[in-house]
Ligand binder design. Structure first.
Ligand code: NAD
Length: 258
């Protein structure tokens, strides 16, 4: 594997989650170092220890993407720990399921606060920390932001917003030497996908498991692995992707080939 991120320091929000693990593994594989950020009370420390028992390459830092002060503090701690700060992966996300007519203001506020405002606030805080040298940002949108899926209208809309925010930041921050792109995963086997499968199957464990398998690209007949998403993100974080800007690349086995 080419060391395209040798010694670079990358923050990953939602760091205790399923896709974050694959992102972190791919960054380590490419020679980089990782700051995992997630809410206090999550299994963040365990996630960091599982990736890097020695603690030389991965650090766990509690932070809430809806709170700018906690983000500034986290990025400063990360830069202090490893001596530099090069990139941000906006991975934190939430989904609230149910028919569109019943979507509550509380759930819509949460989805937009974490999935959209959180991406904006973390990107602003990263830009402050990058300083004059610039950096790279990769947002995790979703193929749900390109097509609508049932029972997640608020989530679909929030991910469509991430796709457009990616374009806006890419354009506006080019002169700050910040490159901004996004990936749009399909069904990746994580707790979030299990929540969706449980909802659709009414909580039947066997049917839910079947559903998870069916929600992944049928033409491949297998799950999307978190590290497969992570390796595309590593490419977008690397110098090789400098000419790719404001894009939202589907990482979904061809389910949404656009
Ligand atoms: N799993 C999939 O099939 C899939 C598909 C497309 C896109 N995505 C997106 O990928 C990203 C990661 O999803 P995942 O499947 O790993 O989900 P996950 O639920 O396993 O992880 C999400 C993480 O985000 C964290 N988080 C929530 N609110 C936060 C906040 N305010 N501040 C900091 N962290 C917060 C959670 O604590 C959790 O650890 C999300 O943005 C999700 O929308 C997932």
């Amino acid at each position: 594997m080419m060391k395209t991120l040798q010694d670079r320091v990358i923050a990953v929000t939602g760091g205790a989650g399923g896709i974050a693990r694959g992102i972190a593994e791919a960054i380590l594989e490419a020679g980089g170092k990782v700051g995992l950020l997630d809410l206090p009370g999550t299994k963040l420390t365990e996630a960091a220890a599982a990736l890097d028992p020695g603690g030389d390459k991965v650090v766990a830092i509690p932070a809430d993407v809806t709170d700018p002060a906690s983000l500034d503090l986290a990025f400063t701690q990360l830069a202090d720990k490893f001596g530099r700060f090069d990139g941000l992966v906006n991975n934190a996300g939430v989904v609230r399921l149910g028919p569109a007519e019943g979507a509550t203001p509380t759930n819509l506020d949460l989805e937009f606060a974490v999935n959209v405002k959180g991406v904006m606030l973390a990107s602003q805080a990263a830009a402050r920390q990058f300083g004059d040298k610039g950096g790279t940002i990769v947002n995790i949108a979703s193929n749900a932001g390109k097509v609508g899926y049932r029972n997640m209208a608020g989530y679909n809309a929030s991910k469509a917003a991430v796709i457009n925010l990616t374009r806006s930041l890419s354009l506006e921050w080019a002169d700050k030497k910040i490159n901004v792109n996004a990936v749009c995963p399909g069904g990746v086997a994580t707790d979030m996908l299990k929540t969706v499968a449980d909802f659709i199957t009414g909580g039947d464990a066997v049917e839910s498991e079947k559903m998870m398998k069916n929600m992944v690209p049928h033409q491949l007949g297998r799950h999307i692995l978190p590290i497969e998403v992570g390796r595309v993100i590593v490419f977008l974080l690397s110098d090789a992707a400098q000419i790719i800007r404001g894009q939202s690349i589907s990482v979904d086995g061809g389910d949404t080939p656009f």
